[in-house]
Design a protein around this ligand. Structure first.
Ligand SMILES: [Zn+2]
Length: 214
């Protein structure tokens, strides 16, 4: 599986190009901006972008979605629980004093366990709320595009509107950490890591486990 990262925007958000070289089919994950650069990256990997997978509807993860859809005609995919977050993009922008993004159109609202095919790859939707109300991760084999959940040495924040720490702890300990230890985690911010590495060394995760995953 091809996974390429481009760090974009004022919050250093990770946008990804994923795909498989056998089929030449690819997807953008959380295109938060710099869309022409993302598409050039896809082109270098000889991937045709047919899907746009979105983990959650925070400003930094969706800023480039409408533009990417316009340029590629790709199908946009977002967990259904993120609908209200997406509808409040203007308020999110105002809160941070940022430009209001073009409102993205969502073609497919997904739920827990749904499968999204990208060429020969099958991504399973894992709902991992807490950072945002309907946050999802997309898991294919030993790769997880995990958004703002488990990060290298860190975790997503839960103090933004719609965040909930107890729900977040449950998502980390009972969902993400249940993936095989060798699973490569490609987060929304910072470098990639593995489930096993974070389960052993991440102080936020260790704290969650020590308090019984509340
Ligand atoms: Zn976020």
């Amino acid at each position: 599986m091809i996974v390429r990262r481009l760090v974009v925007g004022p919050f250093s958000e990770n946008s990804y190009v994923v795909g498989d070289s056998a089929s030449g089919e690819g997807a953008l994950v959380d295109p938060g901006g710099q869309v022409p650069e993302l598409l050039a990256l896809a082109q270098r990997e000889k991937l045709r972008i047919g899907k746009i997978l979105i983990t959650h509807a925070h400003w930094d993860h969706v800023f480039g979605v409408a533009e990417a859809k316009r340029l590629t005609g790709a199908e946009t995919v977002l967990p259904a629980g993120e609908r209200s977050m997406l509808e409040h993009l203007a308020e999110q922008s105002e809160a941070f004093g940022l430009p209001v993004p073009e409102q993205p159109e969502i073609d497919r609202w997904v739920a827990e366990g749904d499968i999204v095919d990208v060429g020969g790859l099958s991504f399973r939707v894992l709902l991992v709320p807490g950072h945002s109300p309907g946050h999802g991760a997309y898991v294919s084999g030993l790769d997880a595009l995990s958004g703002d959940t488990l990060m290298a040495g860190s975790v997503g924040r839960t103090d933004l509107p719609g965040g909930n720490y107890d729900i977040f702890v449950n998502s980390i300990t009972r969902k993400i950490l249940k993936l095989p230890a060798a699973t490569r985690v490609h987060p929304g911010h910072g470098p990639s890591t593995t489930v096993g590495e974070e389960a052993e060394t991440n102080p936020f995760v260790l704290e969650m486990l020590a308090t019984g995953g509340r």
